[in-house]
Structure formats: C-alpha cells, structure tokens
Design a protein around this ligand. Structure first.
Ligand code: SF4
Length: 313
C-alpha cells in the first residue's frame, strides 16, 4: 500500500486517464464478469438489467433476468402484457415499483419510439424511471456512445482514483470530468463495465483491496481508506439499523407476495390478506396492512376494486 499523492505527483487529468485505461482494460479482460446482458447488449436487455440491478445484487438478478426476458423477449412483448404479469415475473427481486416503472417505460418506448429507445440523452431521461445514470448506461452499453454510467460503484472508483476524496457539492461535475477524460481513450462499453466490476469486487465501500487493484499505481486514495471514509461510502449500511422485517417495505413486499399467489385475474379481501400475513407478521394490525395496501395502490403495483385487492391489470 502507498500513501496519498499530491496533485503534482498525480499529473494532469488527461495524462492520468491515458495511463489508467490500459491496466484497467487488461484487468477487465482477465477478470470481467460474463453477464447475460453483456453478452447480448441490446437496448431491451440493457434497460431490463439496469432496472433489475437498482438495489439488487448481480447474482440474484441473473436467473430472474433470464426467465424474465424468456417470458417477455422485447419491449413490444412487455408493453402488451398486463402490469400484474410483470409484477409476477419480478418475484424474487423486491422493490416491485421497479416492475411497474419498467412496464410503463416499455409502453412509452413502443408508443413514442416504435420499440426502439432514442439515443439522445435528454430524450432518454424523459422516459418513465430513466435518470442520468440509466440514460448513460443505455447509451454506453446498447449504443456504444461515449457516456459514463455513474452508479454508486463507478462514482466511488472515480472519486478515489482521481481525487482521493471530494466535497459533496463538487462531486458530480468532477466525476463527469474524470469519466469524460477516460472516455477519450477507451470504448464506452468496456470502460463502464470495468469500472463497475472494479467497484463491485475490489474498490468496495468498506474494505478496498488496494494491493490487488490494477489502478493502485496511480490512485489518489490507494491504501488510505479511513474509518470516516468507509462510513461515508457505506451510508446504506449505517442507515439500515431498523430490522428489515419491521419496515413498511417488507410489509408491502409480503402483501404483493400474497396477491402474486392468487390465480391471474382473481382478487381477495383486505381481511384475507391480513389473515394470510398473521403467521409471518403477527404484530401487524389490519390498519397497518390497509395503509401499506393504500401505498401499493398509489404506486400502481396493486388495484383495489369494490374492497377487493389484486395485482394491477
Ligand atoms: S481499490 Fe484501492 S487502489 Fe484501487 S481504486 Fe480503490 S482505493 Fe484506489
């Protein structure tokens, strides 16, 4: 491990970017993860995978992704399906609101763009559920356009390598600048994939493995991870002190599970849902379940008709 370097030792940004891409690419060639959406990076596969990967680990996503695209092989097939069928196929991923947003996105892509997402960044960001990150991922992975997909892992790697540590207010522009410098020397697909893999496997939030890292020769933060920094990069872990089973998200997920188990096209009462949850969530009152169901209706994940609940049509 080595100590922090001064800016003059690190050199100008573009010079460092040029020196970084070779070792990074060689590392990715040797260790990069072979993932179904990387093997077939169509716009549809990229969109589905990016939606699933928000807040869910890669290993859990892979088998569900494969079953999902076998069932809905295109934007057209997804758009033609009832929202409830998409929520059923989402089983095992959690955060069911993502399924509803993906479904809405597919319908917009079909109605507005004949089943092919636009390449323009601003037009992409006007699609349901697509922000700066997802637009960058679609452009880089599906279309090979020089763009950087700034997810949590990529941000952490770029910040550590180029700057060591950034003040919050300055981070966004600085990371875009660093990403842009790298894109001058590396193809967008492999560059983004490599940065994501590095952040997921070596440059992790809590314990970066600098001795194994291909960028330690130039990284501004190599060997300097402090407890303060680890805390900063691990906000999720710190904030999740409430047991997951006590959260409203857990309750909403179990309600969706109950409705998912119904035969398609059927519904049930709130009382039946409450009864079905009594064994796994005995502390939840009927009012708790009613409030969570209302939130699910509001998010478009389930519907309530004449006091009966079902997955959305
Ligand atoms: S693992 Fe260490 S050397 Fe590699 S990018 Fe992260 S902080 Fe830098």
């Amino acid at each position: 491990m080595r100590g922090n370097r001064s800016p003059s030792q690190r050199g100008p940004l573009r010079t460092r970017a040029k020196r970084i891409v070779g070792p990074l690419d060689a590392w990715y060639e040797a260790t990069g993860r072979s993932l179904p959406w990387r093997r077939v990076p169509t716009p549809y596969y990229v969109v589905v995978s990016e939606c699933m990967l928000q807040q869910t680990q890669v290993d859990r996503v892979v088998p569900i992704f494969e079953a999902f695209v076998a069932r809905f092989p295109s934007f057209e097939a997804l758009a033609a399906a009832p929202a409830g069928a998409v929520v059923r196929a989402w089983h095992g991923l959690g955060y069911n609101g993502r399924a509803v947003r993906l479904h809405a996105l597919a319908r917009t892509v079909c109605s507005r763009y004949r089943g092919v997402p636009p390449e323009d960044a601003q037009a992409l960001r006007e699609l349901p559920g697509v922000g700066r990150y997802t637009a960058g991922a679609i452009r880089a992975f599906a279309y090979g356009i020089p763009d950087i997909a700034l997810d949590t892992n990529v941000k952490r790697v770029l910040e550590r390598v180029f700057y060591g540590s950034l003040q919050d207010g300055k981070a966004s522009r600085a990371l875009e600048t660093a990403g842009g410098a790298l894109l001058e020397y590396a193809p967008p697909f492999s560059l983004n994939s490599a940065l994501m893999d590095l952040g997921a496997t070596l440059c992790t939030a809590r314990r970066p493995k600098c001795v194994l890292c291909p960028l330690s020769f130039t990284c501004a933060a190599a060997g300097t991870s402090t407890s303060h920094e680890r805390t900063r990069f691990s906000q999720t872990a710190v904030s999740e002190r409430v047991p997951f089973r006590e959260t409203s998200r857990y309750l909403r997920g179990r309600i969706v599970d109950v409705l998912r188990a119904l035969p398609p096209g059927t519904s049930t009462t709130l009382a039946s849902v409450h009864k079905a949850l009594a064994r796994c969530l005995p502390s939840k009152t009927r009012s708790d379940v009613a409030a969570a169901a209302t939130a699910l209706v509001r998010d478009g994940i389930i519907v309530r008709r004449r006091s009966r609940l079902s997955l959305a049509d």
